[in-house]
Ligand binder design. Structure first.
Ligand SMILES: [Zn+2]
Length: 243
């Protein structure tokens, strides 16, 4: 059983409170969860090889989770990548990426880098090289095609990521199975029906987790702390946590 290293390319919610970068993280230097607008900058800053990213996993299509994809495609087209890359996301992820790029980097798909687009479907496990993923439907923006969290296994370690969600059965399911749960915690006490907060929701998430499991809070507001919860940390931009 190997080490699980999670490198945070950003930890803020959509409003980038206090100057936090938008949320996303890299697992073991090879799997990028979310493509926020600053993804390329943050990978470069962290010293993670952009060409070492084998799989990008998108939870939903809100701009703070998705609009960094054109910059990654640009890098891969022009700066020497030859290996294929895999992009996992809800239905229409490829179509939306093509729509955005048609008006911003029109030739970016005319590239030597082959892209394997993988549609995530709730409850359907995916074996993607060394990565195992199981998308779980969560409660967020019903106007989007889908909102997913993910169970993941990599290097013999089990972790999970909530994506953006209110407290729901999907989040609790993700919490139950994970050695490490990366959970959104969009505010300290403010209540929203599409997000979780620290005061009302995180105790329930923590209670659903195993006693030895680790909780990492992200997609945060600037004032979020651990709330005194056991084995819980507030993620920081550009930090790497090893488990
Ligand atoms: Zn969202």
């Amino acid at each position: 059983m190997g080490e699980l290293a999670l490198s945070l390319i950003g930890t803020g919610n959509a409003f980038a409170p206090g100057g936090l970068c938008w949320n996303g993280f890299v697992a073991n230097g090879s799997v990028l969860f979310e493509a926020p607008p600053q993804a390329l900058m943050a990978l470069n800053r962290l010293g993670i090889g952009v060409d070492d990213i084998e799989t990008v996993v998108i939870s939903h299509h809100h701009g703070d989770h998705f609009l960094g994809l054109p910059f990654l495609l640009l890098q891969w087209k022009y700066l020497g990548r030859t290996r294929p890359v895999r992009i996992v996301g809800p239905r229409d992820t490829e179509a939306i990426a093509r729509q955005v790029c048609e008006r911003t980097y029109p030739t970016v798909f005319d590239s030597p880098v082959a892209i394997e687009w993988v549609e995530a479907r709730a409850g359907e496990g995916l074996q993607l090289g060394a990565l195992r993923l199981e998308p779980v439907e969560v409660k967020h923006d019903t106007k989007l095609v889908a909102n997913f969290g993910y169970h993941a296994e990599l290097g013999g370690r089990r972790f999970a990521y909530t994506g953006d969600s209110a407290l729901c059965e999907g989040v609790l399911d993700l919490a139950r199975g994970a050695e490490v749960l990366v959970s959104e915690c969009s505010s300290r006490a403010d209540r929203h029906d599409t997000h979780m907060n620290l005061v009302d929701d995180m105790p329930a998430v923590r209670a659903a987790m195993g006693a030895e499991a680790e909780l990492v809070l992200t997609h945060i507001d600037a004032g979020v702390d651990t709330g005194g919860l056991a084995r819980t940390r507030v993620a920081e931009d550009f930090a790497t946590y090893r488990f």
